[in-house]
Design a protein around this ligand. Structure first.
Ligand SMILES: [Fe+2]
Ligand SMILES: [Fe+2]
Length: 312
């Protein structure tokens, strides 16, 4: 019996695409499947790699040794994640060093919020609560749905640590929220700034996405909008439990959590503040392409290994 995935035929259980088909060996992949898989792994590897120098920007703001250890621990985890995605690339015959060291910093594919230095340790833990929550959904999707079996195994290891990052971030966000009135204002204000970054973290809406290969080949199972909806639900629940406001409401009609501010908004790189009017996605994507002010400095650290004395 055979099971078909677009462009690929393997021995399987006959349930068809979307069921239990798992591809284990590179020779089972069609050229097109392999191409999309490699593109996906390059994005995953670059994302994980850039988290390291990005999180390192918070290091000198850490209030105590425990906080420094938390940042260093997270960076070490992210290195492990990057290593896993790189090994997966190498296993497909693609030299992972090319994906990391052969790409100019300006051409790196990283989420926009990582183009800005982290300003203080509160922002670091909130970034874990907001964006590792997003990252975890991305890799949870691979773990649950990917037709590429090695992808599921890598994602399982990554998710284990991602869950810890989210938990750590949530716990310390709560701590700061309840520590003083001033700190409560700071956390609440930061939350308003991080929230639209979180919404945009999942990329362009499904209606705009031209490259659907990842879904067609079931390298992943959830669309951008599906992941965004899951994140909205999750972050809304966290904010409610922790006791701070986010511009989200539950829509009875659709059963979805929706934002009460326009989407997408445009970010002002200099003021580090969001506009108030809805813009076209092409404007957002153009801004991402231009990059934020710290992108080159952050990504270049990977190439130059300029960790500096702050880390030690
Ligand atoms: Fe990671
Ligand atoms: Fe993480």
């Amino acid at each position: 019996m055979t099971t078909e995935i677009k462009g690929t035929q393997v021995n399987g259980n006959g349930n068809g695409v979307g069921a239990e088909t798992l591809l284990e060996r590179p020779e089972q992949l069609s050229d097109e499947y392999r191409k999309v898989l490699i593109e996906t792994l390059i994005i995953a590897a670059q994302q994980e790699v850039v988290v390291m120098p990005w999180q390192a920007t918070a290091f000198e703001t850490a209030p105590d040794l425990g906080a420094k250890i938390s940042i260093a621990g997270s960076i070490q985890d992210e290195l492990g994640h990057a290593n896993q995605w790189c090994l997966a690339l190498d296993g497909l015959g693609y030299d992972s060093r090319e994906a990391i060291f052969g790409v100019a910093p300006e051409d790196y594919k990283t989420v926009f919020v990582e183009h800005f230095k982290i300003r203080d340790y509160v922002e670091f833990v909130m970034a874990q609560a907001f964006f590792d929550r997003g990252g975890r959904l991305w890799t949870l999707d691979f773990e649950k749905h990917s037709s590429w079996a090695p992808m599921r195994r890598v994602a399982k290891k990554v998710n284990f640590e991602q869950a810890f990052h989210v938990f750590h971030g949530a716990q310390w966000t709560r701590y700061y929220l309840d520590s003083s009135e001033d700190m409560r204002r700071h956390v609440t204000q930061l939350a308003q700034e991080l929230f639209p970054h979180g919404q945009q973290w999942f990329g362009a809406p499904d209606s705009r996405k031209s490259r659907k290969g990842q879904l067609d080949f079931r390298i992943r199972g959830w669309s951008n909008d599906e992941m965004r909806a899951k994140w909205m639900k999750s972050i809304a629940a966290f904010a409610r439990r922790a006791g701070f406001e986010l511009p989200i409401k539950y829509d009875e009609g659709t059963g979805q959590y929706v934002s009460t501010i326009p989407f997408p908004l445009l970010y002002d790189n200099e003021k580090r503040a969001w506009g108030t009017e809805e813009v076209d996605w092409s404007d957002v994507i153009a801004l991402w392409r231009r990059g934020g002010p710290d992108k080159l400095e952050i990504v270049s650290k990977i190439h130059n290994e300029e960790w500096g004395s702050d880390l030690w």
